[in-house]
Design a protein around this ligand. Structure first.
Ligand code: GUN
Length: 283
């Protein structure tokens, strides 16, 4: 029997938790303490623009004040760095997000490094040993919560992560290790990925290649978490071929409605956490 992990339902629960947390902060410290998030989007990519407007809407639902700054495609790296510097120094700004990808003439690495860690709502600068009390990268934190809500423990189990990005794959492997899993990370240079994925008790896929993982690459009874969000003929498709994989699994996340809404929900959670840490330091 396959159970579908409902990311939207868990995300609603997380959003309610953040809303309550935000109200508690305002009650205790006044309206100035309300969490806020400045979202920067550079260029005209319709998907990025849509994602940013969804994130801003999520903020409003969760009692967080969003500010969206939309910059043109030809914005220079220097101008973006100056903006980030200004936001870093602005005491009224609690959280900063720069939507990726940025245009090619801008260095992603330099932009992300410029965001002050105490305002880094994505959690990209999370420490390697970060635990529940720190800011963690959103997607790995979201995946851990989805596993927990589904009653799945990774302790002592073989977890295979496909993808080694700085945003998902690497921090995901670390979160799994911190929760006592045995972890294998596969990537574009791995030979015969299926030999590894077939050994996974828990398989987490984050590579951005539509339907890469097929039914023959998954062990009977495995838990499969699909972080992928690709668009094929205008429709959202994961990195997992749902039709052939789902029947073999004990648990699987759908696309859409799986990890995506949960990553956005964990952005809210991080935003609340940053505001709490700010208040604790100031008041
Ligand atoms: N683009 C796609 N996913 C993300 C994300 O999680 N954070 C940011 N900043 N940009 C993204």
């Amino acid at each position: 029997m396959t159970s579908i992990i409902d990311g939207k339902a868990i995300a609603n629960k997380v959003s309610d938790e953040v809303r309550e947390g935000s109200s508690r902060l305002v009650e205790k410290y006044g309206e100035d303490a309300r969490p806020n998030m400045t979202l920067i989007v550079v260029g005209d990519d319709p998907i990025s623009k849509k994602l940013v407007s969804m994130k801003a809407k999520d903020c409003e639902t969760a009692g967080i004040t969003p500010t969206v700054i939309a910059l043109s495609q030809n914005t220079s790296e220097e101008k973006l760095l100056r903006l980030i510097d200004r936001l870093n120094r602005d005491d009224d700004v609690r959280a900063i997000l720069c939507q990726l990808p940025v245009p090619e003439h801008i260095s992603t690495k330099r932009i992300l490094a410029a965001i002050a860690p105490e305002k880094d709502v994505d959690g990209f600068s999370a420490r390697i040993d970060c635990d529940d009390y720190d800011i963690a990268a959103c997607t790995p934190a979201a995946v851990m919560r989805m596993l927990k809500e589904s009653g799945i423990s990774v302790s002592g189990r073989h977890c295979v992560v496909v993808g080694r990005s700085n945003i998902v794959g690497k921090p995901m492997a670390i979160q799994l290790l911190l929760n006592d899993a045995t972890v294998t990370v596969c990537h574009s240079k791995t030979k015969d990925v299926g030999d590894f994925t077939r050994m996974a008790d828990v398989l987490i896929v984050a590579v951005g290649r539509p339907r890469l993982i097929t039914g023959d690459m998954v062990k009977e009874g495995a838990v499969v978490i699909d972080v992928g969000m690709n668009y094929v003929d205008g429709k959202p498709v994961g990195d997992v071929d749902y039709e052939s994989v789902a029947p073999k699994t004990s648990f699987i996340t759908p696309v859409p409605g799986g990890v995506g809404p949960m990553t956005r929900a964990y952005l809210l959670k991080n935003c609340l956490r940053l505001a709490e840490l700010y208040c604790r330091g100031k008041k």
